[in-house]
Design a protein around this ligand. Structure first.
Ligand code: MLT
Length: 329
């Protein structure tokens, strides 16, 4: 009986040791299958573009494919919930922009907590925006736009990618600064919104330079201004909105990479290293420069850099959104 008990105890201890070794082994082998990078907006839009651009060098550095998955809807919050509930094993990552910081104030029933449900990996890129119209829109410059919008506000549609999308925030800022309310049309990303702008189904859209620089240069849309305080090197002839009278109009879209809470530290370190490699890749650097987008300094491509950014942006946007009284039930 004693022998039997000892045997059981030994077997139990062995099983325990094996159990303890299993996560360690899976962490040291990580990644041994493709990694999914969840993007909260539609394919063909600016967040998707950034994700697909960094996925290639990240995959090379990790020795596994990084697959981009577009989980769309509700201004990015469906994707946030999907990643918050995913297994914390390093195989599901999340690239989101500043919508991560505006969501807590905008959504009364947010199905995740940006500060509690994720591990921070690092910030990635900062992207300016542009204010655009369909090619045959009557206003030819910002002055004409202001006058036309005031005279025809009930007829003009302003597209966006849903509550909390940066296209939505930029549009709100524009409407509040010129003091008019336009008809807003939400999409699941500015990829499909842009298709409708190009097709003439909607009139106006604020969108990021990562997707707008080429179509502005090709003359496929009308552009009224950029959302930075200085003109952009990629669009030197496009004035800032600030210089045209919308004082202090500044929107630069920051992006961060997250993993579900509880992802093991050694795995997070490998993901961070791969992100840093990707952001220093010459093809990524060139592409970002061509689109007047900035790769953030490497001290921000850190868990602490992203945590500080997210916390300070939540503190910044909360009161602004509450004051504006915009939210989803
Ligand atoms: C997108 O990727 O579609 C945009 O980032 C959405 C947005 O306007 O925030």
């Amino acid at each position: 009986m004693k022998l039997k008990f000892t045997t059981i105890l030994t077997a139990a201890l062995a099983a325990l040791c094996l159990g303890a070794a299993a996560p360690a082994l899976s962490q040291s082998n990580w990644p041994d299958k493709p990694v999914t990078l969840v993007v909260p907006f539609a394919a063909g839009g600016p967040t998707d573009l950034v994700a697909r651009l960094i996925a290639i060098p990240m995959g090379k550095s990790l020795g596994q494919t990084v697959l981009v998955e577009n989980t769309v809807g509700a201004g990015g919050t469906i994707a946030g919930a999907r990643v918050a509930r995913a297994a914390p094993n390093g195989y599901t990552l999340f690239l989101h922009h500043m919508g991560m910081a505006t969501a807590p104030a905008l959504y009364k029933k947010l199905p995740f907590d940006p500060l509690k449900d994720f591990e921070y990996i690092g910030q990635a890129v900062d992207v300016p925006m542009t204010l655009l119209a369909r090619k045959d829109f009557p206003a030819n410059n910002f002055k004409e736009l202001e006058a036309y919008v005031r005279a025809n506000k009930d007829k003009i549609s302003l597209a966006n990618a849903g509550l909390g999308a940066v296209s939505h925030l930029c549009g709100l800022l524009f409407m509040s600064q010129i003091g008019v309310d336009l008809i807003t049309v939400p999409y699941k990303g500015t990829g499909p919104a842009m298709n409708d702008l190009l097709g003439g189904q909607v009139d106006l859209l604020c969108d990021q330079t990562t997707t707008t620089v080429p179509i502005i240069k090709d003359g496929r849309v009308k552009v009224y201004g950029v959302t930075t305080l200085k003109r952009l090197s990629a669009l030197p002839n496009v004035p800032t909105l600030d210089e045209q009278g919308l004082k202090g109009f500044e929107v630069k879209v920051w992006h961060g990479l997250y993993a579900p809470k509880g992802t093991p530290a050694p795995v997070l370190e490998k993901i961070n290293a791969a992100l840093r490699v990707a952001l220093q890749d010459s093809m990524v650097k060139q592409r970002m420069a061509d689109l007047s987008s900035d790769i953030v300094p490497m001290d921000k491509v850190t868990p602490a850099g992203l945590k500080t950014q997210l916390e300070s942006e939540i503190a910044k946007w909360g009161p602004v959104i509450q004051k504006a009284g915009i939210y989803a039930d």
